[in-house]
Write a protein that binds this ligand. Structure first.
Ligand code: ATP
Ligand code: MG
Length: 256
């Protein structure tokens, strides 16, 4: 991706110190004349190569924030700058294409397609995400490599129902890696697993930073939160604590 400071919607290069830069981000929901502030003026940065935790109690806005970081949802105000480019500047279709190439998403309840095998689930991600720049004839080998990374190369023919919860989540990690995105985003990825399996799946996610990935994960497990290399903690839609997430705003943008 090129950094072009001339075009509107692009951040000045001087502010690009992070893989993801969040500036004065707010999300307000309005229904029947009632306004609910879900996220309130968040400014922080996610460093490249970090194991980045978003912590906070239930209802504090963690999932809402993840949806804004991945462009699934749009902010009411403020912006998300991803590798120097503002997400909001893209249209809906372009954003979906961008997401397929730049972000791998891992869900709490795995969300594998039950009628497809493990291998087919990973192949589907390649199909939807454009194959990560690889020609189609290499997709099968790429899918097998992703299953190998998560320790399941020999399980490609199994349906999700023939896999344990931990194995299903590993397949979901393989699927998230399929298009070789720089960022993996996981919302309570171990929340549906017993503590031992949760630990194993978390170790797998933590190791992905050694492959050059940035891993952003939501948790309210204090032990998993403590493993992060940087974090923000939310409470009622505001950042109440952070480490390693200091944003370097340019002077004309630095309102806080
Ligand atoms: N579409 C919506 N309409 C109204 N309120 C919403 C909507 N989506 C989320 N909220 C509210 O916003 C707040 C934050 O929700 P969010 O799902 O981001 O919390 P969370 O931190 O992920 O919680 P949990 O740990 O339980 O998953 C909650 O109070 C929730 O009820
Ligand atoms: Mg949530």
């Amino acid at each position: 991706m090129t950094l072009d400071t001339e075009r509107p919607g692009k951040a000045p290069v001087s502010s690009v110190t992070a893989l993801i830069q969040v500036e004065h981000l707010s999300r307000v929901i309005t229904s029947r004349a009632q306004k609910t502030v879900i996220l309130d003026d968040l400014t922080f940065a996610i460093p490249s190569g970090s194991l980045f935790a978003i912590n906070g109690p239930s209802g504090s806005g963690k999932s809402t924030l993840l949806n804004l970081l991945t462009g699934i949802d749009r902010p009411t105000s403020g912006r998300v700058i991803f590798s120097g480019e503002e997400l909001r500047a893209r249209g809906e279709d372009a954003l979906a294409r961008w997401r397929g190439q730049h972000v791998g998403i891992i869900f709490q309840f795995f969300q594998l397609i039950p009628t497809l095998t493990a291998l087919e689930n990973v192949l589907l991600a390649l199909e939807l995400g454009g194959g990560g720049g690889l020609p189609r004839k290499q997709w099968r080998e790429r899918a097998l490599t992703c299953l190998e990374i998560v320790g399941l190369r020999d399980y490609g023919r199994r349906l999700p129902s023939e896999l344990s919860g931990g194995q299903q989540q590993r397949v979901a990690v393989a699927r998230a890696l399929a298009n070789n995105p720089p960022v993996l985003v996981a919302d309570e990825p171990t929340g549906n697993l017993d503590s031992r399996t949760a630990q194993q799946v978390f170790e797998l996610l933590a190791e992905l930073i050694n492959l050059g990935k940035t891993v952003v994960y939501v948790t309210h497990d204090p032990q998993l939160a403590s493993r992060s290399t940087a974090h923000v903690t939310l409470l009622d839609g505001q950042i109440v604590e952070q480490s390693g997430a200091q944003a370097a705003l340019t002077s004309q943008e630095g309102r806080s």
